[in-house]
Design a protein around this ligand. Structure first.
Ligand SMILES: C[S@@+](CC[C@H](N)C(=O)[O-])C[C@H]1O[C@@H](n2cnc3c(N)ncnc32)[C@H](O)[C@@H]1O
Length: 263
């Protein structure tokens, strides 16, 4: 496997995505409870987008697990969930969540570019905040076309190309923050989204999505999320997060959610 995938695995192994959000002991019941509560507060729109009821009794593939919010939600409605991640530490965390809450699901440590699954075996794919970390996105799309059944649904989030961050915030950060000194635009983007040392992140427009996700139809899009640190500090802190989420975040937010159907 290419070096970039090893770097990506090492990066998420050091601290599974989102695990910094809770100060409870990692792997504990309290950690998962606290993480889920904070996740819901931070992303108040998320449950509606996930729309977990649509996955009742379906065979769902989840790619990119982080601290496992989606995994916890989807496993409430189906016992045929398969959860895949490149990082073994992240898989370990998912296995702990599974044990602590007595969930029925299968975890798999592999790259989304080469999935150990049979052809036409899944009814749905959910992947939130993961596929933009994969340089060979075409390989992932090939794999999705192979493992998903005809009519299977996609529910995906990728970083949005035309956000306040990419058009404004990133330049502020590169000017004023020391961790951005010497980084080019691409590396600054990777740092701004996931922290220092994140090896790769690509931004997507709606047009990019339609071009890259060949073999899928009926695309629908939603833009969400906002980070006030992308505005000048004084302006940014003037208003509560919920105000930004409900206004500018819907037009120039950080995240591009989309749904589509396999042809
Ligand atoms: C930003 S986190 C998102 C996690 C979670 N979905 C959330 O919303 O919090 C990205 C996740 O994608 C995983 N990942 C990165 N590259 C991958 C690849 N090639 N195949 C599978 N998973 C990958 C990382 O290990 C990490 O757990």
């Amino acid at each position: 496997m290419e070096e970039i995938y090893n770097e990506t695995r090492d990066f998420w192994n050091t601290k599974p995505c989102g695990s910094y959000m809770s100060s409870y002991k990692i792997y504990s019941y309290e950690f998962f409870q606290d993480f889920d509560t904070k996740f819901r507060l931070l992303y108040p729109y998320f449950d509606e987008i996930l729309d977990v009821e649509q996955y009742r009794d379906k065979k769902v593939l989840l790619i990119g697990l982080g601290s496992g919010y989606e995994l916890g939600q989807i496993s409430q409605v189906t016992n045929k969930l398969v959860a895949l991640d490149l990082s073994n530490e992240t898989i370990e965390l998912a296995n702990k969540r599974k044990e602590v809450f007595n969930l029925t699901l299968k975890t798999v440590c592999a790259s989304a570019t080469d999935m150990p699954f049979e052809d036409n075996s899944f009814d749905a794919l959910v992947s939130i905040g993961c596929l933009h970390h994969i340089p060979d996105i075409d390989l992932v799309v090939n794999e999705l076309n192979r493992v998903l059944k005809k009519g299977a649904t996609l529910n995906i989030m990728l970083y949005y190309k035309y956000s306040v961050r990419t058009l404004f915030g990133i330049y502020l950060k590169r000017l004023f923050l020391k961790e951005y000194k010497g980084l080019n635009y691409e590396d600054s983007i990777a740092t701004a989204y996931d922290g220092v040392g994140n090896p790769y992140a690509r931004l997507y427009s709606k047009k990019d999505v339609k071009k890259v996700f060949r073999g899928f139809k009926d695309f629908s899009f939603e833009i969400e999320n906002f980070d006030s640190s992308d505005l000048l500090p004084r302006i940014g802190r003037l208003l509560p997060r919920n105000f930004y989420l409900k206004t500018i975040g819907k037009i120039m937010g950080l995240d591009l959610y989309f749904k589509a159907i396999k042809e």
